[in-house]
Design a protein around this ligand. Structure first.
Ligand code: NAP
Length: 535
């Protein structure tokens, strides 16, 4: 139950203003409620009704863009360093908002908040290495004709538009800053549109950076509330980086304005990620134990609300019973409840609508699977099971991979995974690929040759593959954790996008143009450019 102090705060729900056109603005009407998922109390409201989004985009383009592009990569990297410091200074506040608006435990909040700050720091450091360059190049000039003086090269020129970043509810901090860091380093102003249900944290973080006066006017804007007619006003040079469900992503891709003007779009969508236990990894081996630990961690971190979370647990059929039992035993120790209580290891999902979506999803999956673990009685700690958006960790088991179509099609965005037995390694690879294109797969085995084969077999359908042999069992960063130095994204259903990947991520915010000219002309351009691959 909420404390008296919490009720007091709830009764003074914050109205989230948007920062557009260089000023804070309020939308009309009451807008949408942002709640504490532990008890449904309202924390904030957001409305974007009536805001002039055309003018907001023009301001970013005409004021923010030129100011950012005047700076070199190193100067912009320095700004990122200041942003990271400003965010780090208020880390405790961000954790508190994460608990109140997302139901995050400290560990959950750390992934989001520390992940955000760490990513900005990473690009501050990397961007500094690009020095006083203003352009990118992709290798040096090459000769194009008999006359060695006539040459050609690929140059990257920063886009003269706005980067519209549309984010999902599950990572209000990391989702915002992993995109903004790369865009700002590239010299492209950002208009962030956080998911409404958890926009509070994103709005406060943007507010902290605006207050600190780090960025030039128009460099960073935020729209709180629904996107309204935002996409109607995009034009050549603008880009959309979207993270969210496949359906919304498809709607954005098919938006008439986006299609007509060929607006560049990057989509990070949902994914049915698999963890694969190698045929050699029998119960009692280190690979088996590391696998079980990772499956449980992925199911419960952020209450399973990670686009990269393990949804399908592929195990050799002869070890299916042992793997299921080991995962179930570990899940029985998970303490679900209000994360204000430090004993709690898993909080609620983000709101009642999401709870219903998870419950419906489990019901649908059960048409083709059976329950392998579900707590016998479910009573969240320090919270009401009725009023809070709590769902228990649930492990399902398919009789065989081929019998259960839905397991490979339906993303249940919560603490839910399905054990799918396989008969041999070819069957295992085929099952992993049935996700139709995924963000991440992890493979656990003590057999190096099998791990290498898995990378070759899964490479075309997966954006990232984590190969765990026992030597890195304790040191790897986790199946679901996105590293800023590596590409994030996946083919097919996962959206077909690519984000991050170190400095390679800068290309999304640049126009690659083939430039032809004399050796001297191109040398002058090379002097103003940095090659991300060389850094
Ligand atoms: P969502 O419902 O698709 O919403 C995502 C964002 O799109 C929100 O900011 C939403 O705004 C906005 N939006 C909705 N309709 C729009 C429209 N017509 N035009 C422009 N923007 C629109 O997704 P979600 O429920 O927040 O997030 C959960 C999903 O995201 C899961 O499926 C998960 O797998 C996926 N996800 C993927 C990744 C990845 O990196 N691949 C990361 C995290 C999550 P409102 O909130 O105002 O509606």
């Amino acid at each position: 139950m909420p404390t008296a102090a919490e009720n007091q705060i709830a009764s003074e729900a914050k109205v989230l203003q948007s920062y557009l056109g260089g000023k804070w603005q309020s939308g009309e009407g009451e807008g949408a409620d942002l709640v504490n998922p532990c008890d449904g109390t309202m924390r904030a409201r957001a409305s974007s009704k009536g805001l002039d989004l055309k003018a907001a985009l023009e301001y970013s383009r005409n004021v923010g863009g030129p100011a950012l592009r005047k700076l070199s990569f190193a100067q912009r990297a320095e700004l990122l360093g200041k942003i990271a410091d400003a965010l780090a200074a208020r880390r405790d506040e961000w954790f508190e908002i994460s608990r109140r608006n997302s139901g995050n435990t400290k560990t959950d909040a750390a992934i989001d908040v520390d992940g955000a700050i760490g990513t900005v720091k990473f690009f501050a450091k990397l961007g500094g290495k690009l020095g006083d360059a203003h352009l990118l190049c992709d290798g040096g000039p090459t000769r194009l004709a008999r006359d060695a003086n006539f040459q050609g090269m690929h140059l990257g020129v920063p886009l003269e538009g706005v980067a519209v970043h549309i984010n999902a509810f599950n990572f209000p901090a990391w989702g915002l800053w992993e995109k903004a860091a790369v865009s700002l380093l590239a010299g492209v102003p950002v208009l962030a549109k956080p998911a409404t249900s958890t926009a509070w944290l994103a709005q406060e973080m943007v507010s902290a950076v605006i207050e600190a006066g780090i960025l030039p006017p128009g460099g960073l804007s935020i729209l709180c509330g629904s996107p309204n007619d935002l996409l109607e006003h995009l034009r050549l040079g603008d880009v959309i980086a979207f993270t969210g469900s496949a359906d919304t992503g498809e709607g954005i891709r098919q938006h008439p304005r986006v299609r007509q003007h060929n607006i560049r779009v990057n989509i990070e969508a949902d994914s049915l990620n698999a963890a694969l236990l190698g045929p050699d990894a029998a119960p009692g081996t280190p690979a088996f134990d590391f696998f079980v630990r990772e499956v449980v961690r992925e199911m419960t971190l952020k209450t399973g609300q990670k686009c990269t979370a393990i949804r399908r647990v592929l195990v050799p059929s002869e070890h299916a019973a042992a793997a299921t039992e080991a995962i179930a035993t570990a899940l029985s120790k998970v303490v679900v409840g209000n994360p204000a209580n430090p004993a709690v290891t898993m909080g609620p999902v983000v709101n009642m609508a999401q709870r219903k979506s998870v419950e419906d999803g489990v019901r649908r999956l059960m048409e083709q699977t059976e329950i392998a673990y579900h707590p016998p009685s479910f009573a969240p700690v320090d919270a009401s099971a009725e009023a809070g958006a709590f769902v228990p960790p649930t492990l399902l088991k398919a009789r065989s991979g081929s019998e259960s179509e839905l397991v490979h099609e339906l993303e249940v965005f919560g603490p839910v995974a399905t054990v799918v037995p396989y008969c041999d390694k070819q069957d295992a690879f085929a099952l992993a690929r049935r996700g139709g294109g995924s963000l991440a797969a992890s493979v656990f085995s003590g057999d190096g040759e099998f791990l290498a084969e898995a990378a070759r077999e899964l490479g075309t359908t997966h954006g990232r593959i984590l190969l765990v042999d026992p030597s890195i069992g304790d040191s790897h960063t986790g199946h679901g954790i996105v590293m800023p130095s590596l590409m994030h994204g996946g083919p097919g259903r996962a959206g077909g996008g690519e984000e991050l990947g170190g400095l390679n991520g800068l290309w999304f915010y640049h126009q690659r143009t083939a430039v032809q000219g004399s050796a001297a002309t191109l040398a002058a351009l090379v002097a103003q450019a940095a090659d991300p691959r060389a850094e």
